[in-house]
Structure formats: C-alpha cells, structure tokens
Design a protein around this ligand. Structure first.
Ligand code: BV8
Ligand code: ZN
Length: 265
C-alpha cells in the first residue's frame, strides 16, 4: 500500500511511471467532471434532490415511473450542456492524442471528454474515442425495437404521452445508459478488460471505486504486472492498490502531472 505522498514528490513519482509506460489505461469517474460543474454521485450535494442514483438509475425505477426517470435524465442533460470541459479533460485529450498507447475508459455518461478533445484541437483521427462503459446521456434506445441513436432533444416529462418516442416504431425511448442491475455491453467490457490487462499503468481519476465491474479494471492492470496511480482528493477502495496516490483535484493536478510526464520522455 502506498502512503499518499507529498504533492510534488508524488507528482514526480507518478510522472516517472507514466513517462516510462508504453500503454496506459486512464479510468475516469464523476470526479473528472466535478470541476466542470457536473455533480458527482456520492459527493456532497449529491446528484438530485433526495434521490440516490441507485434508486433512479435502474430498470425497475423506469418501469415504475418512466416520467420521473426521464425528468432526472433531462435535468442532468441540461446541467451537462451548461458545463464546459475543464483543464483536466483538455490536458488529457491533448496528451492521449500524442501518445498512441493511451486509452481513456470512462464511467461517465457526459460528453466532456469528447468536448475536451475538441477544445484541445484534437482531430478525431488523432486519438481513439473514449470508451464509455456505462453509455451516454445523449443517446437513447427504443424499449420496443432496440434502435439506438444520438438524442439531444429537449425532454418533456410532463406526462407519459409527452415522453420521447421512437421515430421508427413509436415505442418508448429510454436513456442509452447502463443502469444498476444491467450488464455492460459485452464488447465494451471485453475491450476495457483487455486494455487493462495490457496496460503498463492504470491512471484512475475521480472515482469512488465502488461500482463494479468498472472498479476492478485497476486491479486487472496491477495483477498483470502494471502500476496504478490514483488521482482523487479522498481515499477510496482503490487507494490500497495504488503505487502512487495523488490527493487533489483533477483540474489542478492532471495538467501538471502530464507536463511532468512529457518532460520525462
Ligand atoms: C453489472 C450510468 C452484471 C447511469 C452507472 C460485482 C460484480 C458485478 C456487479 C456488481 C457487483 N457488486 C455489485 C454489483 C451491482 C452493481 C454495483 O456495482 N453496485 C454498487 C453500488 C455496489 N453493478 C452493476 O449493476 C453493473 N452491472 O455488473 O452487470 C450484473 C447484472 C445483474 C446483477 C448483478 C450484476 C452496472 C453498474 C453501472 C451503473 N451505472 N452510471 C447513470 O449515470 O445514470 S454507475 C455511476 O456510479 C457511474 O457511472 C459510476 O460508474 C458510478 C460510480 O460513480 P463515480 O464515477 O465513482 O462517482 P462518485 O460520485 O461515486 O465518486 C466521485 C469521486 O470523485 C469521489 O471519490 C470523489 O472523491 C472524487 N472527486 C470529487 N471531486 C473531484 C474528485 N476527483 C478528482 N477531482 C475532483 N475535482
Ligand atoms: Zn422502436
């Protein structure tokens, strides 16, 4: 177990590990978007009124009250749309574009990694798209015919009749995200697991490390002989397997860490 190191020595140690890594898996959680203004799930202030994600982000909640669940996602979409990618998104996008062996795997359903790449001037051919383990809040899937597509329309959740409908069969649409109790897309999970197994380092940013199977990715890297770097203001269940634990915020630490890693190449 690593003791959280002093800030500058921790950044120097983490930078040396990243500089020497050919393949890096960057696993991000809600803390990556916190400084953009997107509420985290478990942090102070929570996500929405008195509801917990585990109560609303489930198939049962949607079956019971699709209007309430769509109201929640409509609100979250409006919050994300008002937010801008922060310095961590932008620095990470620029850095991954210059290092082909680096992959972003995110638990987040926002589009801030993608918008961070735009802000960093990264052309879509220069870097792989981030892998969204839990889907995207800006995509919807038909509950009847299964068609999935981008969906950024304003959600009118005032009645069942006004909820989003499938253009092809008229079925009720649902957010194309992975709810608790639902399996992740098998191809996405397999790709994430193999990236983790091949990685020389796993950089874990802004996740409480409680949701499975996403939280197990860092352990897969470690079990395969790679190193783990955690960037989080708080201790998490992943801290015990971190070679370096950087206690601070993504937007503050990540740009400095990546600059130091660049200098060490
Ligand atoms: C599944 C999308 C098979 C929806 C989300 C073992 C194996 C398999 C499954 C389970 C298992 N044990 C339990 C389960 C069930 C469940 C689970 O893990 N439950 C937990 C609560 C115990 N897992 C599942 O259901 C998964 N399905 O495995 O399928 C299966 C099938 C049937 C039955 C069983 C298994 C699917 C889980 C996906 C759920 N969907 N999101 C939506 O967004 O609406 S989860 C959601 O919460 C996020 O996507 C994320 O993955 C997760 C955790 O959130 P975090 O990103 O970590 O955010 P959080 O707020 O928790 O923490 C923020 C962190 O940031 C904090 O540490 C904070 O300190 C830090 N921070 C704050 N500010 C900053 C910062 N860091 C840096 N800078 C800052 N400025
Ligand atoms: Zn349909």
């Amino acid at each position: 177990m690593s003791a959280p190191t002093g800030r500058s020595s921790g950044v120097a140690r983490a930078a040396a590990l990243l500089a020497g890594a050919e393949r890096v898996l960057v696993l991000t959680g809600a803390g990556m978007s916190a400084e953009s203004g997107v509420p985290t799930f478990r942090g102070a202030g929570g996500l929405w009124k008195s509801f917990r994600a585990e109560d609303l982000a489930t198939p049962a909640a949607f079956a019971r009250d699709p209007r309430l669940v769509w109201e929640w996602y409509g609100w979250r979409r409006s919050v994300v749309a008002e937010c801008e990618p922060n310095a961590a998104h932008i620095a990470l996008a620029g850095w991954c574009a210059s290092r082909p062996g680096f992959a972003i795997v995110t638990q987040n359903v926002d589009d801030l990694h993608e918008r961070g790449a735009d802000a960093a001037g990264v052309h879509e051919d220069d870097a792989d798209e981030p892998l969204h383990l839990h889907g995207s809040i800006f995509r919807a899937r038909c509950t009847a015919c299964g068609i999935e597509d981008e969906h950024r329309d304003e959600v009118d959740a005032s009645s069942l009749a006004s909820l989003p409908r499938c253009g092809s069969c008229g079925g009720l649409l649902r957010p194309a995200v992975v709810w608790f109790g639902e399996s992740l897309d098998p191809d996405t999970l397999e790709e994430a697991m193999s990236l983790a197994a091949e990685a020389d380092a796993c950089l874990v940013i802004g996740t409480s490390g409680v949701v499975q199977p996403a939280a197990s990715l860092a352990g897969v890297t470690r079990d395969a002989g790679g190193v783990v770097i955690e960037l989080n203001p708080e201790v998490t269940p992943l801290s015990s397997i971190a070679d370096v634990a950087l206690r601070g915020s993504a937007a503050e630490i990540l740009p400095a860490l990546l600059r130091a890693a660049e200098g060490g190449r």
